[in-house]
Design a protein around this ligand. Structure first.
Ligand SMILES: [Zn+2]
Ligand SMILES: [Zn+2]
Length: 106
């Protein structure tokens, strides 16, 4: 067993944002010591603010942009704010915001 901190795709590290143990998945997220989710979220947030809420080349569902199943936090905040007055059912699943049109049994 060696404990050399070599940078390879198999080594894990702690995400500087959410403190989860994570590893490089090919996005280059290890350069920023972030997990893929935090890295993609940061990119989506930047795009959102740069383009006034418009996203390109990503999937948009229910007004929320997703890149590789990671939701844009700014979109989520806007949808949550818009949903509040109507008490529209919204469910958060592992960081993802899901619109619930029919109440589900837990
Ligand atoms: Zn993270
Ligand atoms: Zn967005």
């Amino acid at each position: 067993m060696t404990s050399k901190f070599t940078k390879n795709h198999g080594s894990t590290y702690i995400c500087g944002c959410c403190n989860k143990n994570t590893r490089e998945t090919g996005y280059g997220e290890s350069d920023l010591q972030l997990c893929k989710k935090c890295y993609v979220e940061g990119g989506l947030e930047n795009e959102h603010s740069d383009n006034g809420g418009a996203h390109e080349n990503v999937e948009v569902k229910n007004g929320i942009a997703y890149e590789n199943d990671v939701a844009c936090p700014t979109c989520v905040a806007e949808v949550e704010a818009a949903a509040k007055p109507n008490r529209y059912p919204v469910r958060r699943t592992d960081g993802r915001l899901v619109m619930v049109s029919v109440p589900e049994d837990e």
